[in-house]
Structures are given as structure tokens and as C-alpha cells.
Design a protein around this ligand. Structure first.
Ligand code: ZN
Length: 118
């Protein structure tokens, strides 16, 4: 018995590659978590002496949470590797990249054809 396979040319999709989708999803998740934390009343403050950032919960609590570029000291970050405190810290310090950056501008060098009189 002979199997017959018919190959059809696949349409070229304009969908970005998986790495790009994953990167964009992570950025959008961080932005969403930062917005939720901010709406919930989480505040990021800086210790004047050490320069260390801390997160304060909106509820009265005797504790503050240390946050930096690598993470947060809360339990949620310890379990899941991400939390609203860390996302808000990254957002407020400008460490969440733009999910849709402008494409690179290509500069083309060439001869000057005409010059506008001053
Ligand atoms: Zn946290």
C-alpha cells in the first residue's frame, strides 16, 4: 500500500515569532500587575540612607517589603517568582520595556542631488 501525501504551500503568516510573543506577553503581564498593585494602593518608597526601595501594602502592617531589580521579599514572589510589588517597582523605575518598540530607523547615505537655497 502506498501512502499519498499532497503537499500544499503554506501561506506565509505575518505573525511574530514565538520568542517575540513570549516577550510581549511577559511585558504585558508585568504592566497589568503593576497597574493592579497601584490601584490596590501599594506604594514604592526609597530609604533615604541606603537608597533601598521598599514596598508598602495599603493595609496597616508593621512590615515593609524590600524590592529591587532582582525581586521582592514577599511570599508571593518567593512562590511564583513575580508579584505586584516587583512589577510596580519595575514600572516606576522605568525597567519595563515598551512591548511594541518603534522599528529601527535605517539611515541611507548617498549623494546630495539638490540643495535647497537658504
Ligand atoms: Zn512582592
Amino acid at each position: 500500500m502506498t501512502a499519498i501525501f499532497q503537499l500544499r504551500p503554506t501561506a506565509r503568516r505575518s505573525r511574530p515569532p514565538l520568542d517575540e510573543l513570549t516577550r510581549r506577553h511577559r511585558i504585558e503581564t508585568l504592566q497589568r500587575m503593576a497597574t493592579q498593585a497601584e490601584r490596590a494602593g501599594v506604594r514604592i518608597l526609597v530609604d533615604r540612607r541606603t537608597g533601598q526601595h521598599v514596598a508598602l501594602e495599603p493595609v496597616a502592617s508593621p512590615y515593609c517589603l524590600l524590592v529591587d531589580i532582582t525581586g521582592c521579599t514577599c511570599r508571593h514572589f518567593g512562590v511564583w517568582g513575580r508579584c505586584g510589588h516587583h512589577a510596580l517597582f519595575l514600572s516606576q523605575t522605568g525597567n519595563i520595556p515598551d512591548p511594541d518598540p518603534d522599528p529601527d530607523v535605517t539611515v541611507i547615505f548617498g549623494d546630495v542631488i539638490a540643495q535647497v537655497p537658504a
